[in-house]
Structures are given as structure tokens and as C-alpha cells.
Design a protein around this ligand. Structure first.
Ligand code: ATP
Ligand code: MG
Length: 589
């Protein structure tokens, strides 16, 4: 059925809503696609729901095409399965929790690994049942700390999540590859500009994980790509190439020096250049210093663990990279009280002399990969006003391991080919991930193999942000006048605008609408009698249907006007050939 603006449940706004910062959010509200209920929670109005359903259909078709089967789990879930995998605690404040009348804990599902795993365990028991891929398109709930940008980061949102179940790694690789191909087709159809980047594999080291990022200047994700080879990675997943060990036998023994009033890297570097000029004349720079940053990790069970990160003094710790490394722990600042409680820490002068699980502070000490065997550093000597020089990594100190927490900069070496990296921003639209056996083990999902032995099933998980896609496409397809939908997900194929109060105009617009409908074309008809042509044109630009047909003054001469919303191009076509012309325009001829 055509949508008629005379009765459509829609009010367009001329002004941007006060809480909307990004264009997609502003335009989706102004053009009457969504309405805010509370932060991160939105109502889909008829136009918005049309777009959402079209996105869902594309996602569904591509999932079905790789043989995945659709099912639907509840959003309201019991605590126990999430308790079994540890996620009841790990999710912390991010999950919505409720208690039923009998006092039993429940949650609103943030993602459904547990439920899928249990469903397969419930129904299947043999290798003959595998491989299996199942999926749902379902409403998820996450109490995001910063719901943002309308549908882009909601607290209630629609996700497609699928899961694959295989007997072995080779099977998993195949399921993963099929999903990857389905995602490429899906995102191509949705009309995104996107990149596929390596992502954090999480605790199950070595497993494959990639994200599909829509390129967008105001995206929340930063990724880097190599200017030479095909390497691209989410900044969280970038691995710093470990330098070869260097010979440090010529380096004199480490020595502690007086460096009064040098609690910051800048003051230290100035002092070094003044008081300890190097023989070869090279000036000291921040990169010669080893900076030790303290943070407090808060684990899901509430325990607090201090952590020290050692990195070159010219780099900052990147919060997101650090956060990704220590998940599920949260990172908090190491505050004055934390210092006060540990007398061995000389603030501003902390060094490897006290840091480390086996050292006086007992604080776990992780090093940036650049602090590698044989590298020489200036760093804190653990007493105020003192630093140690000629301190050699490996010879004079070691950490408890390495950590990828330092910021990645444009020009840093590509881990794959060594050329320079450059960074850009994007919006995560999809994530494909080789889970391995984490959930199958926790929930005891095993099947009998061909020799009658029990084997743990190997899983993959694959998500797409369906409601986020609506906003993300809007973000990439608009101009100063309004939205400009790609045809595949526009709320209608054609927007017929009847201008003027002449009955013959309205009558013909109705006739044209019915004729197009008869050919399977989705029509939005502006048949409002009260609205002026100017208002109608403005609304048409704002709503963003790709083809606008103006039925008005030209009708007396037997013509209507076809306008391409994207290019702005207009042309007159004869009424007699209007239907075939429009069909050709919308790709239905
Ligand atoms: P992000 O890093 O953006 O928080 P995530 O890594 O938590 O996302 P997944 O758990 O991998 O997301 O979820 C799968 C997909 O669901 C994501 O790729 C994204 O497109 C979408 N998604 C996740 N969180 C939200 C949200 N709060 N609002 C809308 N879509 C979301
Ligand atoms: Mg993700």
C-alpha cells in the first residue's frame, strides 16, 4: 500500500532537535523516522520502520543464502547460563538486570552466545548434525555508559547475531569464510563505504576476528591502514613489530644521577640536555626515556589490582587499547590514595627498581614491545629527584610481560610490511569472530565424533548492527537539505508530490500512484491539500526518497517532472510515458 502524506503518522521538523549532534540523528528525527523515548531508546515511526524492515530483509536474504537458519530467542533471560560462562559478572553495569516475583534474577540479553550454545546442546549430539549456522534478528539491550548519536549507540537496538557450530578448526574456517562473504554482499547492497579490518581476538589468542567498519569521520572506532600493503586493523588490534634484540655490551653499567625537580618527561629531557650532554652530540628526547604509568584495574568480582605500564616517554597510553587488553577488567585512575597506600612509589620518579610482581611494590609491570632486549633507557630511580641512566632492558630489568597499550601514530611501521600506517575513523557495522571452544566448554556442548569419542564443538559468532545500519547509511547519505537514501533501503521507491489545489492534479497523482503500485513500486504520495508546494518540496528533500515525481503545473501541457534526489537533476516526461519512465528510473523496467 502506498503511504499517503495526508494521513501518514508523520510530523517533520524544521529545526534540529537539541540533543542531536550527528547528522544522521538530526535528520532521522527531523524527517520523522524515529522519536526519542529516553537516552538511547527510540520509537520507530512508520517511515523509519519501513527502512528498518528493508535492512532486515537484506540481512536475512544474505544469511539464508549461506544456509544459515533463522530462529528467535527471547530477550528476557534467566541468570544461570550467563553465570556459567562468567558473563553475569563480566558485563557489570552494561547489562539490564531484573528480578521476577519469586526473586529470581534475570537479564535483558546483550548478546546470545549462551542461549545458542544451550539450544544446540539441547537438540544435537552427533558430528553428523554439524556444521550448523543459526541466526536471529533480535532486539538487544545494553546499558551503555554513553548512549550516543541516536541509533548509532542505543541501549535498545536491533542486532543480527549468528553462530556457527563445527567439529574442527577447518570447519570453523569454512563457516567463518562463508559469513565473511555474506557480509561483503550484505554491506555492498546496503550501500556503505566500508573497510574490513583485523579486530581484537580477545582471550582466545590466535583466533581470527575481523570488523566491518563503515568509514565515517565522526565514527567512534579508529582504524589504521597501511599505505603500501593491504593491512588494515582496528587500532585496538594493532601489534607493534618487536624489534630484533640489540647488542648492549658496550653500554656502561646503569648509574643513578641527581635530577632535581624533574617529575615530568619535559622537565627531565631539559635537565638531561643541560646536565648530561651525550658524547655524540645527539640531544636527549622524550623517546629516550622510559615512562611508567600506573592504573587501577577493577575486575568483574570487584577486586582492585594496580598495573604498571612501561612505555617510551614520547608515547601516551591509549585508553581504548589498554582497555581492550585488560578486558573484562575496567581501568580506573591510580589516585592519590593509591599512591599514599604504597610508600615505595616515588611519584614522578617511579622505575623498574620497584615495579614488578617480584619487586618491592609487587605491582604487575607490563612493557611496550619497543622496550625490547638491549634497548637503553633513562627512567625513574624510585627516589624523588633521581633518575637512572644507561638502564638496559633485559640486562638490568625485565617486566612481567608485554602489553599493547601505547598509542598508535600515523607513520608507525606496518606490522605486515614495515611501511607507514595512516589512521582513519569508522563505525563498527559488523563483527565476525572465531570463538573457539570458550562457550562450548563453559556450557559443556559436546558431540560424538565418528569414532564415538566426545568432542567439544567449535564455535564462531557473527554480529551485524541492524538498527545501527539505518543510522550509518543516513550518516553517509545526506546533504544540507536532508536524507538521500540508497534505493535498496529507501522508505519508498518514488515520492509523488502533487502540487496545487486543482482536483485534476490530485486525481492524476492518485492514478499514477495506483499504476506504479500495480507494478510493485513502493510509493509515498504527498496528497496534502493544505500544504504549499514549497513545504511539500522541502519535506521531499528532507525525507530523501531517491526519485521525486512532481505532478503540478506541467500537467496542463501533459508533462510531469522527474527529479533525482541525489544529483538534483530534473527532466520533464510526457504523462503518456510516465509509468515506464519511472519504472526505468527505479530499476524495475
Ligand atoms: P562497540 O564496539 O561499537 O560497542 P561491540 O563490539 O560491543 O560494539 P558486538 O558485541 O560485536 O559489538 O555487537 C555486534 C554488532 O552490534 C556491532 O558490530 C554493532 O554493529 C552492533 N552494536 C553493538 N552495540 C550497539 C549499540 N549500543 N547500539 C547499536 N548497535 C550496536
Ligand atoms: Mg565488536
Amino acid at each position: 500500500m502506498a503511504m499517503r502524506m495526508s494521513s501518514l503518522f508523520l510530523r517533520t521538523l524544521r529545526e534540529n532537535p537539541a540533543d542531536a549532534e550527528v547528522p544522521s540523528h538530526q535528520l532521522l528525527v527531523r524527517a520523522g523516522y524515529i522519536r526519542r523515548v529516553s537516552p538511547g531508546i527510540y520509537t520507530w515511526l512508520p517511515l523509519g520502520l519501513k527502512v528498518l524492515r528493508k535492512v532486515e530483509r537484506i540481512v536475512r536474504e544474505e544469511m539464508d543464502a549461506i544456509g544459515a537458519q533463522e530462529l528467535l530467542f527471547p530477550a528476557l533471560l534467566p541468570r544461570e547460563p550467563y553465570e556459567a560462562t562468567g558473563r553475569w559478572d563480566e558485563y557489570g553495569d552494561n547489562v539490564f538486570r531484573l528480578i521476577d516475583r519469586k526473586g529470581a534474577d534475570h537479564l535483558l540479553g546483550p548478546t546470545h552466545e549462551e542461549m545458542f550454545t544451550l539450544a544446540v546442546k539441547d537438540l544435537y549430539s552427533s558430528y553428523k548434525d554439524l556444521p550448523l549456522s543459526i541466526y536471529q534478528i533480535q532486539t538487544k539491550y545494553r546499558d551503555e555508559a554513553r548512549p550516543r548519536a541516536g541509533l548509532l549507540r542505543g541501549r535498545e537496538f536491533v542486532m543480527k547475531d549468528s553462530y556457527s557450530f563445527d567439529l574442527d578448526e577447518a570447519g570453523l574456517d569454512k563457516s567463518y569464510e562463508l559469513h565473511r562473504e555474506a557480509y561483503v554482499r550484505m554491506f555492498d547492497r546496503l550501500g556503505f563505504h566500508y573497510v574490513i579490518v583485523q579486530a581484537m581476538a580477545g582471550a582466545m589468542g590466535g583466533s581470527k576476528s575481523e570488523e566491518f567498519l563503515a568509514t565515517a569521520e565522526n565514527g567512534e572506532d579508529t582504524y589504521v591502514r597501511c599505505t603500501n600493503c593491504g593491512y588494515a586493523a582496528n587500532v585496538e588490534a594493532v601489534r607493534v613489530p618487536v624489534p630484533d634484540a640489540v647488542d648492549a655490551t658496550h653500554v656502561p653499567a646503569a648509574h643513578v644521577e641527581d635530577t632535581p625537580d624533574t617529575p615530568t618527561i619535559d622537565t627531565l629531557v631539559d635537565h638531561l640536555n643541560e646536565a648530561f650532554p651525550r658524547d655524540d652530540g645527539r640531544p636527549w628526547t622524550a623517546a629516550d626515556t622510559l615512562k611508567n604509568v600506573l592504573v587501577m584495574l577493577v575486575h568483574p568480582d570487584g577486586t582492585r589490582e594496580p598495573l604498571a605500564v612501561g612505555l617510551p616517554g614520547d608515547r601516551e597510553v591509549d585508553e581504548k587499547r589498554l582497555g581492550a587488553q585488560v578486558e573484562p577488567a575496567a581501568v580506573e585512575a591510580f589516585d592519590e590514595r593509591d599512591f599514599a597506600a604504597r610508600a615505595v612509589l616515588a611519584k614522578g620518579y617511579i622505575g623498574p627498581g620497584v615495579l614488578g610482581a617480584e619487586r618491592p611494590s609487587g605491582i604487575r609491570y607490563l612493557l611496550d614491545p619497543r622496550v625490547s632486549e638491549g634497548t637503553v633507557w633513562v627512567t625513574g630511580a624510585d627516589e624523588p629527584g633521581h633518575h637512572v641512566l644507561d638502564l638496559v632492558a633485559g640486562r638490568d630489568f625485565t617486566g612481567d610481560g608485554t602489553i599493547e597499550a601505547a598509542e598508535v601514530r600515523d607513520g608507525d611501521a606496518c606490522p605486515s610490511c614495515g611501511h607507514g600506517l595512516e589512521s582513519a575513523r569508522g563505525i563498527e557495522m559488523g563483527h565476525i569472530f572465531q570463538l573457539g571452544t570458550k562457550y562450548a566448554e563453559a556450557l559443556d556442548l559436546k558431540v560424538l565424533d565418528e569414532f564415538g569419542r566426545l568432542r567439544t564443538v567449535i564455535m564462531g559468532s557473527y554480529g551485524v548492527g541492524v538498527s545501527r545500519a539505518v543510522a550509518c547509511v543516513a550518516e553517509g547519505n545526506h546533504d544540507e537539505l536532508g536524507l538521500v537514501w540508497p534505493r535498496a533501503i529507501a522508505p519508498a521507491d518514488v515520492h509523488v508530490v502533487a502540487t496545487g489545489k486543482d482536483e485534476s492534479v490530485l486525481a492524476y497523482a492518485e492514478e499514477l500512484t495506483r499504476a506504479l503500485e500495480g507494478q510493485g513500486v513502493d510509493v509515498l504520495l504527498d496528497d496534502r491539500r493544505q500544504a504549499s508546494p514549497g513545504v511539500k518540496f522541502k519535506d521531499a528533500e528532507l525525507i530523501g526518497v531517491p526519485t521525486i515525481v512532481v505532478v503540478g503545473r506541467g500537467l496542463a501541457d501533459g508533462t510531469v517532472e522527474l527529479k533525482d534526489r541525489r544529483s538534483g537533476e530534473r527532466r520533464e516526461v510526457a504523462v503518456a510515458s510516465a509509468v515506464p519512465e519511472i519504472l526505468a528510473e527505479v530499476g524495475r523496467a
